[in-house]
Design a protein around this ligand. Structure first.
Ligand code: FAD
Length: 461
């Protein structure tokens, strides 16, 4: 089993053809697949001055810029042909102001590192569920973190961003200044048009209890589990992430044969509260069908995130992923879910059902598209020989859900292969207007694919 690698040493600049160039470009990506696309120049920036110099160089030499921070874009959004790859993964400082409950983080910092630091101070931020996700991409796309049903999307806890713009200037954007840029930085994800070098975060008191409730079913009970999840979803307390995975096996999570694993973190202020909030799983009418119902297990989020590394998301593998916000009831989507099960690649490939049930209102920001139920497919394989047969699996599966979906999360986007709606049409148009203002020449690369009708919206009066 390989663990994720930390960026160590000093970042360097390499040009196409130089020794080490290919390896350094591919090393920027969590996904071990080589899409064959290469920039002309790779700049691994060590500080904001190097970012500014790189952006000015790119503008002067007509090089389009793609950016990566933690490199966890499933579909390797930052690996484009030609231009400059600006790698911000070497900028990973985390500063915590305990008294003010604020943090300033650089984009290459890992979600797990922020969580571990905050834990020491009794503070909390809704970080992503796997430790080595970069904060850069995670925060820009929305950020579905631990406790996000209670504390909001991670991006709703971003108070400001420091951005290097296309003209090389460094600006601070928040609710008062460059508020349009701040609006865009909360949801534009891989279509953001500037290099964010620092995020200013609002922190919370750490919930006193963090725990995991799990329950495993054999695959023959799929229909019952999906229908039950759909029924109880609206009532689930906001402290619980009610979700299940469908997989062939994940021994570390107690799934030894094809089945369904409910893996629900709960963040509460007392053990009693945590038990009450998760009781609907332990005492559900489906319990007699379960292969195993575990007791509620105390577990720090830092461990949960590491469990993700070991069990579901091994480093160095090749991946495809895609997703949908569902709008139809369980019975309408079950035929597509059956197809997912029939074609599921070997473990740790899996599909995820998340009962999301967003709040009635959110902040005004670029992120604006969600629904009550989230469904995603994550295909994994080890060898290049499997690329041809596996790389379209997730996209092919999610096409089946299109009649029952309103769009996608940018977290698990597959826009290069399957363009889909990722925000409202109104917000899409506004994003394009703000891009036009800050990056009129289109120096920074945009989303890898956009629906033709969403593009047309932009032209409408
Ligand atoms: C194993 C795994 C688990 C995941 N779990 C979760 C989860 O629990 N919750 C969730 O919400 N998402 C999750 N994701 C999705 C993840 O949050 C997104 O892929 C996110 O973009 C990753 O951020 P990154 O910095 O690591 O990725 P990168 O690949 O570096 O960034 C993705 C894109 O964001 C843009 N970008 C990144 N940094 C900057 C910057 N500093 N300035 C401007 N643009 C930038 C670029 O366009 C880049 O291509 C997961 C992904 C993986 C692979």
């Amino acid at each position: 089993m390989s663990l994720p690698k930390r960026r160590t040493g000093k970042g360097v600049t390499l040009r196409r053809g130089q020794p080490g160039f290919d390896a350094a470009v591919l090393d920027s990506s969590f996904n071990g697949r080589d899409p064959g696309r290469r920039p002309d120049i790779l700049v691994q920036a060590n500080n904001v001055f190097e970012v500014i110099a790189a952006v000015k160089h790119a503008a002067a030499h007509d090089l389009n810029i793609s950016i990566c921070s933690g490199g966890h874009s499933w579909n390797q959004n930052h690996l484009r042909d030609r231009g400059m790859l600006l790698h911000l993964g070497f900028m990973s400082a985390i500063e915590v102001d305990v008294a003010a409950r604020r943090a300033i983080v650089e984009p290459g910092a890992w979600c797990g590192d922020l969580d571990a630091q905050l834990r020491r101070h009794g503070l909390f931020f809704p970080v992503g569920h796997v430790a080595d996700i970069g904060l850069g991409g995670f925060l820009l796309q929305g950020g579905f973190g631990f406790g996000s049903r209670k504390f909001g999307l991670a991006c709703e806890n971003v108070q400001g961003v420091d951005v290097v713009l296309a003209d090389g200037s460094l600006v601070h954007a928040n609710a008062q200044q460059h508020s349009d840029l701040y609006w865009a930085a909360r949801g534009a994800g891989p279509g953001f048009f500037g290099a964010v070098v620092r995020f200013h975060l609002q922190l919370h008191a750490r919930p006193k209890v963090t725990a995991m409730q799990s329950q495993i079913f054999d695959m023959q009970h799929l229909d019952e589990v999906v229908r039950w999840a759909d029924r109880v979803g609206p009532e689930v307390d906001r402290s619980v992430e009610f979700q299940f995975i469908i997989t062939r096996q994940v021994p570390l999570m107690g799934i030894f044969r094809p089945g369904i694993g409910i893996l629900s973190p709960v963040l509460a202020d007392s053990w009693r509260e945590a038990r009450e909030a998760t009781a609907f799983i332990r005492h559900s009418p489906l319990r007699p069908l379960a292969a195993r119902t575990a007791p509620l297990l105390p577990m720090p989020t830092t461990w949960m995130a590491k469990l993700g590394w070991f069990s579901l998301f091994p480093a160095g593998s090749r991946w495809c992923a895609d997703n949908a916000w569902l709008t139809a009831p369980a019975d309408d989507v079950l035929p597509a879910i059956h197809k997912v099960v029939e074609t599921l690649p070997p473990a740790p490939a899996h599909a995820l059902w998340l009962s999301w049930y967003p709040p009635a209102e959110r902040q005004d920001m670029a992120f604006a598209l969600e629904s009550n139920t989230y469904f995603a497919c994550y295909g994994e394989w080890k060898e290049a020989a499997g690329d041809e047969s596996h790389q379209t699996w997730a996209g092919d599966m999610m096409r089946l859900f299109e009649p029952h979906s309103r769009g996608i999360q940018l977290a698990d986007e597959n826009l290069g292969k399957r363009p889909a709606r990722f925000t409202t049409d109104r917000n899409y148009v506004r994003l394009q207007q703000i891009r036009q203002k800050y990056d009129p020449q289109g120096l920074f690369r945009s989303w890898a694919g956009v629906l033709p009708e969403q593009q047309a919206q932009q032209l409408s009066p």
